[in-house]
Design a protein. Structure first.
Ligand code: SF4
Length: 726
């Protein structure tokens, strides 16, 4: 007991004292900053600009940047409370090495020397590619760029991928197939300029909240939302299309059928800028409205209404997120979205775009610079010119560049199960919450000879299994750049020192390069993230994602600018790709692609009669590592729940707030609160995926898109039963 408290003195006076702040008025004295440091939100890909308030070396508050072109003075609940993530009690503060079965504090030198020695020993025994590396969409671009070189040229393994494969790999592969390159063509301002907006599998009200003001600022739009669930975004719609689970590809093909049949096609655009129309038109014969109505559960009338609205729009916008990507048909569904834009010429103009809304704060950075599914600057592994150019820029022998991409994330996990992957390095991600079919993952990780987890937090379910934990600095403690969904690059700045002995990922990568004796060769003279950024500018020069005109100086003056920005050019307020109708394919034309709809792989049956859909809630971020340590967010949404239609609950004798188990062929999630609601259609249930203690991924399946390798999180068959008392 505190002696002052025993003596009856008020020991909490400092805690609760109030003072007057110039801007906010009477407020907690502890939260009045001495200075503000501008930065970019570290959660989602909207990319809101903000300032961190700092007092006595601690982050004490956050406020939106009024001048920032993305959020214009607004933040969502996660952004508004983001300063709490820095000094959270579960931060990783020192390197930990497993000794005699126990994670034991060690110095950085011992940690990194052990890591290099163990990885090298494993690679010597089993081959270089026995090392698998899984990174994230949360690092700054400078770190992705550095990590890609370090992994592929330093450690010499190409089995390198990111958790971005779990969220937007299908957008990447769909864009590549249709347009010849990744790269979202439009921008957020298109949401204000379009007269018809179709959001498909995109619940932006929960997942990208600061995009909603763009919709509100557009009084002339017709908003169509295609989602099996009456999500918060569907509630904002003029027309809600409550399609059956995973019938999206049939819907898109059916809309294309109507566009072609009813002369709603922009033939001038199609003839000038696309290939494959005749074959595509023949393919669409298989998608007449009555058949599509049967597959989707939508009426023929509403299919015609939607096609006519989009086909006759002056500027039609289609946005999508995980409802499309989380599918074994994700790549083809993305191409089907691109087909609609190409047929109607709704691309490259104000308000007109097929637009992938990305997930993580810097998923775009890893797509452009990351060296996982392609080489930096969207260069292709198998393109001789791309290989020669990159090797020359780096001054390395071309033979050192991998000839093809290595294993994707799910295949690295499968490799660990099968014994081809023997060591793993996991960076800033928490697969023991986020990966589908957790049993397989547990088996994979338990097989490893050496597992390194580099993270800002410990313990997490994943760090607890590691042989070595490297404590990393997080948002607010390090410097670099993020690129948001609309290709807008903005600065991330260090407001406070990293906690404990944590170090920025950039510094960890350079220290590892030192241990590998490749620092001078791969990172000559590099000291700061700006050194990496300046090399990235040179490497991206002349590419679609040209950063050569973007500098740290420009970003400090302009808040945020979009790529492409070739050196010497002036930033545009809102730039778009493909305005000239020229695409980065061999013939300069985009491709109309035929992708047939198929039912999702695990259909419901008598034993597992319900289709489980998974997703997010506005209060939490992914695996909850960060947001569940933020008191206000955790209080708002402290536990998982299952949404079920009352008509399904009745024969099971279930009532709202009952505790239920969700059971699939792979596992069981126990004791989840049941919510009976008409938000979800009969035959379907929905559960959020943020909660490790009620982890929905115990029941999801190992089914992946054959091209992108993205998991089919959105549909698996389950049963629901009342939780039995133990
Ligand atoms: S919308 Fe996304 S980027 Fe903006 S404050 Fe919220 S979480 Fe951050």
């Amino acid at each position: 007991m505190n002696l002052r408290r025993l003596a009856g003195l008020d020991i909490l006076a400092d805690e609760y004292s109030y003072a007057r702040d110039e801007e906010t008025g009477y407020t907690s004295a502890k939260r009045i900053p001495e200075k503000w440091v501008s930065t970019t939100c570290g959660y989602c890909s909207v990319g809101c600009g903000m300032e961190i308030g700092v007092r006595e070396g601690k982050a004490v508050s956050v406020r939106p940047l009024d001048s920032h072109p993305v959020n214009r003075g607004k933040l969502c609940p996660k952004g508004l409370s983001e300063h709490h993530v820095i000094d959270a009690p579960n931060r990783a503060r020192q390197p930990l090495l497993r000794k005699n079965g126990k994670l034991t504090p060690v110095g950085w030198d011992e940690a990194l020397a052990t890591m290099v020695e163990r990885f090298r020993a494993t690679q010597a025994r089993h081959g270089r590619n026995a090392l698998g590396v899984i990174s994230t969409g949360q690092l700054v671009t400078e770190e992705f760029y550095t990590l890609g070189k370090l992994v592929q040229l330093g450690f010499g393994t190409n089995n390198y991928d990111g958790n971005t494969t779990l969220c937007m790999a299908s957008a990447v592969s769909g864009y590549k197939a249709s347009f010849g390159s990744d790269g979202p063509p439009g921008n957020y301002q298109d949401l204000e300029r379009a007269d018809v907006i179709l959001l498909i599998g995109a619940n932006i009200a929960d997942n990208h909240p600061i995009l909603c003001p763009y919709l509100e600022a557009n009084p002339h739009k017709t908003l169509i939302v295609a989602d099996p669930r009456v999500s918060k975004t569907a509630m904002m719609a003029d027309i809600h299309l409550p399609l059956k689970p995973r019938s999206d590809l049939a819907l898109l093909n059916g809309l294309a059928h109507i566009l072609v049949k009813h002369n709603l096609v922009d033939r001038r655009y199609v003839d000038a800028h696309t290939t494959g129309f005749d074959e595509f038109a023949r393919f669409l014969e298989s998608y007449p409205p009555d058949k599509v109505a049967g597959i989707t559960g939508l009426s023929v009338e509403v299919l015609h209404q939607t096609a006519y609205l989009y086909g006759r729009a002056q500027a039609g916008f289609i946005g999508w997120t995980m409802g499309v990507n989380h599918s074994t048909k994700g790549t083809e569904t993305v191409s089907a979205i691109c087909n609609l834009a190409l047929l109607t010429g709704h691309i490259g103009r104000a308000g007109a775009a097929p637009f992938s809304i990305t997930g993580q704060s810097n998923a775009m950075g890893t797509r452009e610079a990351g060296f996982a599914s392609s080489m930096p600057g969207y260069r292709k592994f198998d393109h001789p010119g791309d290989r020669a150019e990159l090797a020359a820029l780096w001054g390395v022998d071309e033979a050192r560049l991998p000839r093809k991409r290595g294993l994707a994330y799910p295949d690295i996990v499968e490799g660990a199960v099968g014994g081809t992957i023997r060591a793993m390095w996991i960076i800033a991600t928490n697969p023991l919450v986020s990966f589908p079919n957790q049993d397989v993952l547990r088996q994979a990780l338990s097989n490893l000879e050496f597992l390194v987890v580099q993270d800002g937090y410990h313990p997490t379910p994943t760090t607890e299994l590691a042989h070595l934990v490297l404590p990393a600095a997080i948002w607010g403690e390090k410097e670099g750049t993020f690129t948001n969904s609309e290709r807008r690059v903005s600065k991330v700045n260090r407001a406070v020192d990293p906690v404990g002995e944590a170090r920025p990922d950039f510094d960890i990568f350079l220290a590892l390069a030192e241990k590998l004796a490749c620092r001078d060769e791969l990172f000559p003279g590099w000291r700061t993230p700006e050194d990496a950024f300046n090399e990235w500018r040179r490497v991206s020069r002349g590419r679609l994602c040209d950063y050569s005109g973007i500098s740290y100086r420009l970003l400090s003056q302009a808040d945020a600018v979009q790529w492409p920005l070739p050196e010497g050019s002036q930033p545009e307020r809102d730039s778009r790709l493909y305005g000239d109708g020229v695409f980065p394919t061999a013939d300069g034309r985009a491709r109309l692609l035929c992708g047939h709809w198929e039912p999702f792989p695990e259909q419901p049956n008598r034993e597992y009669p319900l289709v489980l859909n998974t997703g997010r809630t506005v209060e939490h971020w992914h695996t909850g590592t960060k947001t569940r340590s933020v008191p206000i967010l955790e209080r708002l949404s402290p536990a998982a729940w299952l949404e079920m239609n009352p008509r399904d609950a009745l024969p099971l004798g279930l009532r709202s707030h009952d505790r239920v188990d969700i059971v699939s062929r792979r596992g069981r999630v126990c004791g989840v609160e049941l919510r009976l609601t008409e938000i979800i259609a009969p035959g379907q249930v929905f559960m959020p995926f943020h909660y490790f203690e009620s982890n929905v991924n115990e029941v999801t399946q190992s089914a992946f898109d054959p091209v992108s390798r993205e998991p089919n999180y959105k549909q698996c068959s389950v049963s629901v039963e009342k939780t039995r008392p133990h």
